[in-house]
Ligand binder design. Sequence first.
Ligand code: AMP
Ligand code: GLY
Length: 429
Amino acid sequence: MNVLILGSGGREHAIACAVARSSRCSRLFVAPGNAGTSAVAENVALAIDDFDAVGSFCVSHHVEMVVVGPEAPLVGGIADHFAQTPRLSHIKVIGPQRSGAMLEGSKDFAKAFMQRHNIPTARYQTFTRDTLNDGLAFLTTMQAPYVLKADGLAAGKGVLIEPNIDAAQQALKDMLCADKFGSAGSSVVIEQYLDGIELSVFVLTDGSHYLILPSAKDYKRIGEADTGLNTGGMGSISPGPFADKEFMKKVEDRIVKPTVRGLKSEEISYKGFIFIGLMNCGGDPYVIEYNARMGDPESESVFPRIKSDVVELFEHTAEGTLDLCSLSIDSRTAACVMLTAGGYPESYRKGDVIDIGADNADTQVFHCGTKHDTEGHLITNGGRVMCVTALAHSLPEALMKSYNRVHDIKWDGMYYRRDIGQDLLKLLI
Ligand code: AMP
Ligand code: GLY
C-alpha cells in the first residue's frame, strides 16, 4: 500500500525508515519531510494543517494509510476529517481523533481523565482569570517547588517550575492576566511537584487492545548536567532507566490498562500512539503528561529497536485487531545524540552547509531540520538539525559508537551535549 507520513522532524525520519523496511509498503511519501526523508521516501510540499490538500493528495496518489507525526494536526482534527469525508473515510489514519488528542491538547482534560479513571498523577487544581484569587490561595496550600502548566498546547514551553511562593504567584498572574502563553495559558493547572526519575512510555492502541513499545529517556535541557533552557530534546536512550519487568508491570496495570479502558468507556476513538511521560517516585509510577503522538528524539531510539513490521502493526491498529499482533524488540540498547544549530533553543542561524561524514553500518543518522539548497548542498534548516543513533549490547558501547559518528559531522556552530547517558552509566555502577 501507499503510505503518507506527516511531519518534518527526526521522529518522522525514524518512522519513515521503519515503514520503508516493510514489504507491505509500495510507495512512501513524507509531507513536508526533510533532506533525510527524501532518501527513503518521496517528499511532498504539503501544508499538513490543510486537511483538504492532504486529502486530495491521498486520493490522487492512492494513499491508503496516513501516519501523523506531530500533535497539531491531531488536535486540529485530521483523523475526524478523514473519518467524516466520504472520499477519505477508507484511508487508515494512525493518530487519534480530536477527542482523544485532547489528552495532549488540554492538561486540564488529561488531569480530569486521570482522576475519573483512578490513574496515579500529581494532586492538582485548574484556575482561570476569574478564579485567580483562588489560585493564589491554592498555591499557599502547596509546597515548593511549585508546578504551573498552561492548559493548552505551548510547544513544550508551557510548564513552569518555580522555587518559591512569590515567583509562583507572579507566574500565575502572568499566565492568567498578561497572556504569557497566549490562549494556551488562559487556564492554568497547578499541581504537586513529583520528585523522581522520568521515563517515557509509548503505547500503540487500536482503542481496545494495546502494545507497549520500548521505553526511553529524553534529555530536555540544552546544557550538560541538565542545565540551561528546555529544548525539544537533546538525546535519548532506550530502554529507559528502571524500566524493568516489575516497574513496567505497575505501569501497565495502573496506567496503560485504565487509560485504554477509560478512552473506550468514554467512547473516545483512539487509534494511534499514546506517549506517557511519567515519574518514578520511589518505585511507583505517576503520570506527568500524556501526548497523542510519539516523542522526538525518543522515536529515534525507539523505532530502531522495533523489529516487527510497523505497517502490519499500523494496519491492525486501524482495523481494531491489534490483539492479533505481537512485538518483536531488539534487546540491545539504543543511544541517540542530537546535534543542534548554535544558539538553539534561542535564536539560531539556518543555511549552514553540513559535512555529514561517511555512513557506517554501526549507526543511523536521522535528519531533523535539514534541506538541500538549490545547488544540492545539505544545509541546516532548523534548531535541532540531525541526530545519531547507535545500537549495542551495552550502553557504554552504544554511546561510544554514537559519539564516534557525531565526531565526523561538522557545520559552523554545531552543538551537542557530551553527557548523554552519563547519568545512567552512574546508575549502572
Ligand atoms: P510536560 O510539558 O508536562 O512534559 O512538563 C515538562 C517537564 O516539566 C517534564 O518533563 C518534567 O520534567 C517537569 N514536570 C512536569 N510536571 C511535573 C511535576 N508535577 N513534578 C515535577 N516535574 C514536573
Ligand atoms: N521529547 C519530548 C517530546 O517529544 O515531547
